[in-house]
Design a protein around this ligand. Structure first.
Ligand code: SF4
Length: 395
């Protein structure tokens, strides 16, 4: 029996969580208590928000374009990290038409370091669509906004409520956490059933008069108060009625059923320079870091294969066809993406004059590398090597 049906049956059931196994301890409370709990929850959250909300620049605007920019940038990204990107994009591209005029390389460069690059590509595609098909007018209802590329139910609810005060409840990672802990809901948030159940509850809780503020309050509460770790329950205004706090389930909720399976990949990058130039290549338009730039790459199937490759220098001479000097071979740099773990090593090589190894490569002046969008793994590596740091400086 799921939470919604229990709720309809006026029974409040508390789940006892044990690893992936649930046992049920029945504790019935009456409907009045549950309704009171919801009223109490909404009032407390909105009151907390009025005192604790941060002054964030996108909250000063009801322009749907500005709100959309902030929401796309903040997906999977902390506010502290996203702030400089929001400032950069909203200044450089003050309207959706300005953004639509940019090239993909330009937008990827502006997005460099933020990760999940499909967001930037979808954002540009959407800007071009709005500019050419909708005369630059951002859609004004949830139903229209959700049709845009890269916009899901959460983002559509956020834009329509923040820009137009439409009554659409947002459910993001913060909201899942707050609701699951406070109401004691153990339905997996990565299941279809869980998504429906949490959305239903969020819809019931949203304030009719101030949907925009209510949504902001829910998200802010999850971001600042009901945090994933080191949760400050002792100073929480909801603690007296909070299921997770009172039953000791804070670290168990929200619950996910699937473990993300991460594949391991072994990358060996060749940083090939001659006195003036550098060799780079564009990544394919599918897979990780699509259409970004990188150094020539050799991928191995295991750490052992990668070590064998690096220890056998003969192939370098064969591939580069030149008098090469190997300046440095790095240790392994581990880089974690959502579904992949990368184990990267870098071989820094000097040659007399660079020649391309394959057709998709570019020979560029070393000073021009800062014009190309690179994955964060490469930026991190360049910034930690004194010999290479100059490549990152704008010239
Ligand atoms: S008491 Fe703790 S777990 Fe419960 S809502 Fe407050 S911060 Fe979250």
């Amino acid at each position: 029996m799921n939470f919604a049906s229990q709720f309809r049956a006026q029974i409040y059931t508390i789940y006892y969580f044990k690893k992936t196994d649930f046992r049920i301890i029945n504790e019935k409370i009456n409907t009045t208590d549950l309704k009171n709990n919801k009223v109490y929850f909404s009032k407390a959250i909105n009151h907390w928000y009025s005192i604790n909300k941060r002054n964030l620049p996108w909250r000063l605007s009801t322009d749907p374009y500005i709100i959309w920019l902030s929401e796309i940038i903040l997906q999977q990204t902390r506010v502290e990290q996203g702030m400089s990107y929001f400032n950069k994009f909203s200044t450089k591209y003050p309207s959706v038409t300005d953004l639509a005029l940019a090239s993909e390389d330009e937008v990827l460069k502006d997005w460099e370091g933020l990760g999940y690059y499909s967001r930037a590509r979808n954002m540009l595609a959407t800007a071009k669509y709005i500019s050419s098909e909708l005369n630059g007018n951002f859609p004004s209802t949830y139903k229209e906004i959700i049709k845009l590329k890269g916009v899901g139910s959460y983002t559509a609810a956020a834009i329509s409520s923040f820009a137009y005060n439409e009554k659409q409840a947002v459910v993001d990672g913060n909201v899942y956490r707050v609701l699951s802990r406070f109401f004691g809901i153990s339905t997996p948030i990565d299941s279809t059933e869980g998504k429906k159940e949490f959305q239903l509850l969020a819809n019931e809780l949203i304030d009719n008069q101030i949907p925009s503020q209510h949504n902001q309050a829910m998200m802010e509460f999850g971001a600042l108060q009901c945090t994933p770790k080191k949760t400050a329950c002792e100073i929480c205004p909801l603690k007296l009625e909070c299921f997770a706090f009172n039953k000791g389930f804070i670290n168990d909720l929200p619950y996910k059923s699937k473990k993300i399976k991460q594949t391991k990949r072994y990358f060996t990058y060749l940083i090939v320079r001659d006195p003036e130039n550098l060799l780079i290549q564009k990544r394919p338009d599918k897979g990780i870091w699509a259409n970004l730039y990188e150094f020539p790459l050799l991928e191995s199937n295991s750490a052992q294969e990668q070590n064998e490759l690096i220890n056998d220098k003969n192939w370098l001479k064969t591939v580069l066809n030149d008098n090469i000097i190997v300046n440095h071979i790095s240790d392994t740099h581990k880089h974690i993406l959502s579904h992949q773990q990368l184990f990267a090593r870098f071989i820094e090589i000097h040659v007399d004059a660079i020649a391309k190894i394959s057709d998709n490569q570019l020979i560029i002046n070393q000073q021009d590398i800062s014009k190309y969008a690179l994955p964060k793994l490469l930026i991190n590596y360049l910034s930690e090597r004194d010999d290479l740091l100059y490549l990152l400086n704008d010239n």
